[in-house]
Design a protein around this ligand. Structure first.
Ligand code: ADP
Ligand code: MG
Length: 365
């Protein structure tokens, strides 16, 4: 087991900067998820930690030791990819044993480790099979088994569930979470799927254009996104954004006008003036609260999606803003009809013109 730390790590291909200024510590035994849109640099960052890519600048440490110059095989890491990369002509057993044999591990020890990993992953009955005789989920378990037998200090996963169908994804996700609990190993996991990030991570790193936007526990990011990007990325359906304007600044509070309504926000930093443009953020699930502390906004329904346990109402507010409201499964709502959303004041966010969150916490006004 080991801590992984990155200090001002950067990566360029020629003149193209892929990663910039990455400062990050992954604690011993922690489960950290890198999440971000496709092309933002998640795989590159993981491959850098693995040693499959050199860093262009900065320092990388594993278990307290600088590893910038260390080849992948000496870093005590194991990586699991989206494409399982199994040897098609080898049995499950041989696929799992291959890396160890290659490293000239004692035969009895190889056998012990393969059988133990197979036990953990419920593959014991399948050891003689070839990859083509396995389901996608079983193949991915073999790929994970191949990592386990190496007894690494750090597991690296790059979108390991992306090739699985929805039901298997949920299953395998739970298995990976259990694996982490059982092994207690440091794990770094890359995904573009924010549900995977929310459910697996003890700490999420949100990446965008090769930079870290925010690091935090899943609910911390959900509750207190530091900027518009994180606010829009974490949560599904994503947070609604409505144009607003600062009306009055009064010490550490500002009154914001938006969509024909007004709310007072306790601000976390100063520099805002009356007349400044802001963006008000409100999640779909916080728009049907029927309490005294809500802001009613009228509009008309464009479409309704019924998911059973919930309905997503796509509506246009009287102000012209389009928003999504998460309502109950059986809500009386139909396209073309008027609808009134009820925004929970406590759940409002506000962002300045640069996209930075200005929210302290909300107060009723
Ligand atoms: P992600 O895994 O988040 O989808 P990647 O880390 O694979 O993103 O890629 C990040 C960026 O780096 C992309 O714009 C990609 O085109 C670029 N990139 C990746 N590998 C190379 C390479 N070998 N040479 C040049 N550019 C690369
Ligand atoms: Mg990738």
């Amino acid at each position: 087991m080991a801590e992984v730390s990155l200090h001002r790590v950067a990566k360029s291909y020629g003149s193209i900067e892929i990663l910039r200024d990455i400062d990050l510590t992954v604690g011993d035994g922690e489960f950290v998820v890198f999440v971000g849109p496709s092309g933002c640099g998640k795989s590159t960052l993981l491959r850098t930690i693995a040693g499959l890519e050199d860093v262009s600048a900065g320092e990388l440490r594993i278990g307290g030791r600088r590893v910038n110059e260390l080849p992948p095989a000496d870093r005590k890491i194991a990586m699991v990819f989206q494409s399982y990369a199994l040897y098609p002509h080898m049995s499950v057993y041989k696929n799992m044993a291959f890396g160890l044999k290659f490293a000239k591990t004692d035969k009895a020890e190889v056998d012990r480790r393969v059988r133990q990993a197979a036990e953990i992953l419920k593959l014991s009955a399948l050891l003689h099979r070839k990859p083509r005789e396995l389901s996608g989920g079983q193949r991915q378990r073999v790929a994970i088994g191949r990592a386990i037998v190496r007894n690494p200090s750090v597991f690296l996963f790059d979108e390991p569930l992306s090739n699985l169908d929805a039901a298997l994804r949920v299953n395998t996700r739970l298995e990976i979470a259990k694996l982490h609990r059982d092994l207690g190993a440091t794990m770094i996991y890359v995904t573009h799927d924010q549900v995977e990030a929310m459910t697996l991570a003890s700490k999420i790193v949100v990446l965008n254009h090769g930079r870290i936007e925010q690091i935090g526990a899943p609910l911390e990011l959900y509750r207190n996104p530091c900027n518009l990007f994180v606010a829009g990325f974490i949560g599904s359906p994503r947070m609604n954004f409505i144009k607003g304007q600062v009306r009055v600044v009064d010490g550490d509070r500002i009154a914001i006008g938006f969509a024909g309504a007004e709310a007072v926000v306790e601000i976390a930093h100063d520099g805002l003036e009356a007349g400044d443009e802001v963006t008000v953020g409100i999640r779909p699930e916080h728009m049907t609260d029927q309490g005294p502390d809500t802001i009613p906004l009228d509009g008309r329904i464009d479409a309704v999606e019924r998911l059973g346990e919930a309905s997503y109402i796509y509506m246009k507010l009287a102000s012209g803003d389009d928003v999504i409201v998460r309502a109950t499964g059986d809500v009386e709502a139909f396209p073309g009809e008027p609808f009134t959303a009820h925004l929970s004041r406590q759940a409002l966010h506000a962002f300045d013109a640069t996209g930075r969150s200005v929210r302290g916490h909300m107060r009723a006004s």
